[in-house]
Design a protein. Structure first.
Length: 82
């Protein structure tokens, strides 16, 4: 009896590697061009809704989460004619 296989398209969950993608607060601040305090205040106030992972007392950011957040903050300029 032949074995039937189905093709599977890899999803982010299939290829996710926490050890590779995680950043500390200092690394994330450097990557985003912000201050460490900006990210720390986000954790307290949730004002900017920047996603993070908390394991015990340690806070980590995922590069893919930061990229998605940065893209969501993109502002298009409008052209004006004079």
């Amino acid at each position: 009896m032949p074995i039937t296989t189905t093709s599977h398209t890899p999803t982010p969950a299939d290829t996710f590697d926490f050890q590779v993608e995680r950043m500390t607060t200092a690394q994330a601040a450097g990557y985003m061009g912000t201050s460490i305090q900006f990210l720390r205040s986000n954790i307290v106030t949730k004002r900017h809704a920047i996603p993070y992972i908390k394991i015990g007392r340690k806070v980590y950011y995922l590069k893919s989460d930061l990229d998605a957040w940065l893209i969501s903050r993109r502002v298009s300029s409008t052209e004006t004619t004079t």
